[in-house]
Design a protein around this ligand. Structure first.
Ligand SMILES: [Zn+2]
Length: 327
């Protein structure tokens, strides 16, 4: 098996070179959307495979590979965010990995392995461990049982407990070179790969997400509104956009403000190349101090995306402030 994505070839080979004596606690760190989770899974499979290839990669054929690929390998555990059922029967993703999950993983690694080889516990996203869960895990990271490998995946390694970080061997996964990522995107049959990549800030898997969903249409609608602040009606748009997922809204708004700043300060568009003309026009009239203030609010909003505020009022307030940037 080769690396999950072409731009992961170097870290993949570095991992494979350690297969005989893998790090017992590995931290895969790097920006969102570069394929860290896929790399971690490929590494877990390589460790569990019972007939690995000469370079250490999984064979994809043996019983262990079969179990792994069908989600049933007894020596593999995934510790991740779980779906929860709310009061009204709605399902939502938990926002943290809970202590029960960590304790369960700790108990699990005390058992003997089912097969003769390694046992792998994948914690993804590791920065979602709550404090109690992180502390529970820390104990076992200090002295992992024989043949047990922990793989932690994180977009925001700074949010991990320093004591956890210090136990781990860290492997940083960077953004792929733009042309390599664009080439991969083009190979996936998506038009305008460079434009999509710019939109997602250079992370190819985010670009995939944009291309797959209805988000592109939503983005277009929002940007058409934001491109004409003089004609923008906060009440109407607040109502219209309240159904857009907070994540999409944040992505679009944040990158739009980022572009306005980039145009103003550096004379270039970073994300929304298809709106370069409107951005250039708006950049000349935007008030820098007001723009920075709004961008700062937007950056903070990323942390409160899940809060059940009145969505259309929240948007209205934002849009009024946005309009003032161009007074
Ligand atoms: Zn195999």
């Amino acid at each position: 098996m080769s690396a999950p994505y072409p731009w992961l070839e170097v870290p993949w080979q570095r991992l494979l070179a350690t297969r005989a004596r893998p790090a017992q606690a590995l931290l895969l760190a790097g920006p969102r959307g570069v394929g860290k989770s896929e790399l971690a899974l490929a590494w877990a499979q390589a460790l569990l495979c019972e007939k690995p290839q000469p370079d250490g990669a999984a064979c994809g054929q043996c019983a262990a590979c079969h179990w792994f690929e069908t989600g049933g390998h007894p020596d593999f555990r995934l510790v991740t965010l779980q779906e929860k059922t709310g009061k009204e029967g709605e399902t939502r993703m938990a926002t943290a990995i809970e202590v029960d999950q960590a304790r369960e993983a700790v108990d699990y690694v005390q058992l003997s392995t089912y097969r003769a080889g390694f046992r792998v516990v994948l914690v993804d996203p590791a920065d979602s461990l709550n404090l109690a869960a992180a502390n529970a895990l820390l104990k076992v990271l200090e002295e992992p049982p024989l043949n047990t490998v922990f793989v932690l995946v994180s977009d925001q390694p700074r949010r991990l407990l320093p004591t956890i970080r210090s136990r781990c061997t860290r492997l940083d996964i960077g953004l792929p070179p733009v042309d390599q990522a664009a080439q991969w995107r083009a190979g996936q049959g998506v038009d305008d790969a460079l434009n999509l990549l710019a939109l997602s800030g250079g992370t190819p898997l985010d670009a995939q997400r944009w291309a797959d969903g209805s988000e592109l249409d939503e983005r277009l609608g929002m940007l058409e509104g934001l491109a004409r602040p003089d004609q923008l009606d906060p009440v109407t748009l607040g109502e219209r956009w309240k159904t857009v997922s907070p994540q999409t809204w944040h992505n679009v708004a944040y990158k739009w403000l980022g572009d306005l700043l980039a145009v103003k300060l550096q004379g270039r568009v970073q994300f929304n190349r298809d709106f370069a003309e409107a951005l250039a026009r708006l950049g000349t009239t935007a008030d820098l101090a007001k723009l920075l203030a709004l961008a700062r609010i937007q950056a903070n909003e990323g942390r409160t995306l899940a809060h059940p505020l009145n969505r259309s009022l929240q948007l209205q307030a934002w849009l009024i402030q946005y309009r003032h940037v161009f007074d």
